[in-house]
Design a protein around this ligand. Structure first.
Ligand code: SAH
Length: 348
């Protein structure tokens, strides 16, 4: 099928199949890319409007029990100084985020079991008491009872990237994790009534365009509400330090194709993309991103949250300027997801 036919299918709201998605991901001709980018932008405006939602990110602990081969926070990286913000520091940082007018806080960390069910629950309750922020958790794989308690305490959303839906690659990149378990947790989160985010890394070892097409189809078929796609960036203190990283230009194309396939799904301009592509935020918004997660981690900790090197530092002012220069506006609502799985046993 020709590119024009595929784009016409998108315009008439017919679902793309695996082969058609691969054809889009294979495009290298600049003019053809421009056609994809413009349609991605038009679809974003049509389905989601001009609003860009800002989510204030607090990276509150870089301790991690896991051994993910791609990630600088992996347990065996003994070169890294570890930090843990106190619950009070986390709560006051969330208050600052609310004072800046942002509507969502994202609490992210390595898998750090110091933060027990009770401690996280208290943090959620306190943030809800002191602010009107939506709360997104991104704490890795936690037990069902914990996820349930946090949802009951008021957590709204949970981010857990599958990283890849290819089970072989998953086993290679996350040697101490289970593909099935991670997938099962995503389903539990949906059943508990969380707004769920997932996604994948681009340019993992052995990953093909067919795999990436499957990653997109997975998000669509599972009715996941948010999806982050960012290039893999090698970190020298990991077993994957010597591998080639993802290409920024390809990651932009993948983001645009993600918009064509996923329509109403919230797509962030990932920090990994912003770190790799000059004017990455600007370009990401231009091709379909509608979420930005400004880093609000206190400065003294920020440089220690080294999941990969060269992480982009983008000030809130720069983010605002970028949004306005594209004629877009900052979302004034919590920016809830528009796609979810309606479950009879939802926690609502
Ligand atoms: N520990 C939590 C969340 C922290 S990491 C979890 O595992 O879910 C957040 C995201 O950063 C990961 O989901 C992964 O997609 C991305 N990431 C980690 N290491 C990376 C690297 N080297 N390059 C690019 N992205 C990376």
């Amino acid at each position: 099928m020709t590119l024009t036919n595929i784009l016409n299918k998108v315009k008439t709201d017919i679902e793309l199949n695996h082969d058609e998605i691969i054809t889009l991901l294979e495009v290298t001709d600049p003019e053809e890319k421009t056609l994809i980018f413009s349609l991605a932008e038009a679809l974003t405006l049509h389905h989601l409007g001009p609003e860009i939602h800002l989510r204030g990110l607090i990276e509150f602990s870089n301790y991690c029990v896991r051994q993910c081969n791609y990630c600088g926070l992996r347990h065996e990286n003994y070169h890294l100084s570890r930090y843990r913000m106190t619950p009070e520091e986390i709560i006051t940082t969330a208050e600052q985020i609310a004072d800046l007018g942002l509507k969502t806080v994202v609490l992210q960390s390595g898998e750090d079991l110091w933060f027990t069910q009770e401690i996280i629950k208290e943090i959620i309750l306190e943030i809800k008491k002191r602010t009107d922020l939506a709360i997104t958790l991104s704490l890795g794989e936690r037990r069902f009872t914990e996820l349930e308690a946090w949802r009951k305490a008021g957590a709204d959303r949970y981010l857990l990237k599958q990283e890849t839906v290819n089970p072989k690659i998953f086993a290679e990149i996350k040697p101490d994790a289970s593909y099935e378990k991670r997938f099962a947790i995503l389903e539990q989160l949906q059943a508990l009534g969380y707004q769920v985010g997932s996604g994948a890394m681009i340019a993992l070892p052995g990953q093909s365009l067919a795999d990436l097409a499957n990653d997109l189809i997975f998000i669509r078929d599972q009715r996941i509400g948010m999806a982050g796609f960012g290039p893999f960036i090698p970190h020298e203190a990991t077993p994957y330090g010597h591998l080639p990283g993802g290409s920024g230009e390809f990651s932009i194309l993948l983001l645009a194709v993600a918009r064509l396939v996923l329509k109403k799904v919230h797509l962030p301009a990932t920090t990994a993309l912003a770190s790799l592509v000059p004017n990455g935020l600007y370009r990401a918004i231009q091709v379909g991103a509608n979420v930005i997660m400004p880093n609000m981690t206190p400065l003294k900790y920020r440089k220690l949250y080294q999941i990969y090197p060269g992480k982009a530092v983008t000030s809130l002012e720069k983010v605002m300027e970028t949004i306005h220069s594209l004629g877009r506006v900052v979302g004034h609502t919590q920016g809830d997801v528009l796609v979810s799985r309606i479950c009879s046993n939802s926690g609502e």
